[in-house]
Design a protein around this ligand. Structure first.
Ligand SMILES: [Zn+2]
Length: 280
């Protein structure tokens, strides 16, 4: 179990786990299909600056730190810098989850070096994970961009769409960022209307997932078709259609995403059970 914390322990961090990134790529040693973080000694041999580490908290009884490495540092023998997408399923789930937390802390550290209001250099706030402007007092927290993701169902059919920006031509459920002033349910209804021209009802919370690409929080919903014909928002959606639970499906998103969890959940429902569905 991971317990986040701000202040590092006073004893030497030698036994800690270090999430060392170069930009958004994590330094790992590949071990067959699996991957593992490097040991302290490996990092020390690279000459990394441990003082620059950000304390994250404790995983079970091990301290965890995030560390940004210089662009010029090459990986040691048999190690490599790899993107988080490629590491899903190859690191233990708890470690993968902390890696997502680590990269977002590092990104925040790099992009809040100056006050957004008065331009002064910021410092780390003493009591919370925030950058403090010593000049005007503005606090800047790690950025988090909430987005809703929703499976729209109609009987034993559900809606899949192909976004113009999706690599590899896969289909997924609809998603979109929350705008200031909106409730999550309002975002769901607005995005479905904007992207495919449909009205939905019965919007229900499904689950959520941190999505550190680079700093989203995906909030999943199910919704039921109410009215309208599919009409694409053409600058964003390449195609969209209803798919049957029992028919052939297009190329779907990978297991990493809550999109896939929504789809798998729907596919596992029995025909006729739609009216009394229970989200996990
Ligand atoms: Zn300021």
């Amino acid at each position: 179990m991971f317990v986040p914390a701000l202040r590092p322990p006073t004893d030497a961090p030698r036994a800690a786990v270090w999430f060392a990134f170069q930009r958004d790529r994590l330094l790992v040693r590949a071990d067959g299909e699996r991957a593992a973080l490097l040991e302290y000694a490996d990092l020390a041999a690279m000459g990394v600056d441990f003082e620059a580490g950000h304390y994250l908290g404790r995983l079970d009884d091990v301290d965890c730190y995030a560390l940004q490495l210089d662009d010029a540092l090459g990986p040691p023998h048999e190690a490599a810098f790899e993107g988080l997408h490629a590491l899903y399923g190859r690191l233990p789930d708890a470690v993968f989850s902390i890696a997502g937390r680590a990269i977002q802390i590092l990104l925040w550290d790099q992009t809040h070096r100056f006050c957004g209001r008065c331009g002064q250099p910021t410092v780390n706030a003493p009591a919370e994970r925030a950058k403090l402007c010593p000049q005007c007092g503005l606090l800047s927290f790690p950025r988090l961009s909430p987005a809703v993701i929703m499976l729209v169902q109609r009987g034993d059919q559900f809606l899949l769409a192909r976004n113009k920006t999706f690599a590899g031509g896969f289909f997924s459920v609809l998603a979109g960022f929350v705008e200031p002033g909106e409730s999550l349910e309002e975002t769901v209804a607005r995005e479905v209307k904007e992207e495919v021209g449909l009205d939905v009802v019965d919007i229900r919370y499904f689950g959520s997932q941190p999505w550190p690409f680079p700093h989203s929080l995906m909030i999943g919903f199910t919704a039921t078709y109410a009215s309208g014909e599919i009409r694409l928002q053409e600058d964003e959606i390449a195609e969209a259609a209803w798919y049957s639970r029992h028919g052939e499906l297009p190329h779907l998103p990978g297991k990493l995403s809550i999109a896939r969890r929504l789809i798998d959940w729907f596919l596992e429902q029995e025909r006729g059970a739609d009216t009394d569905k229970i989200a996990p």
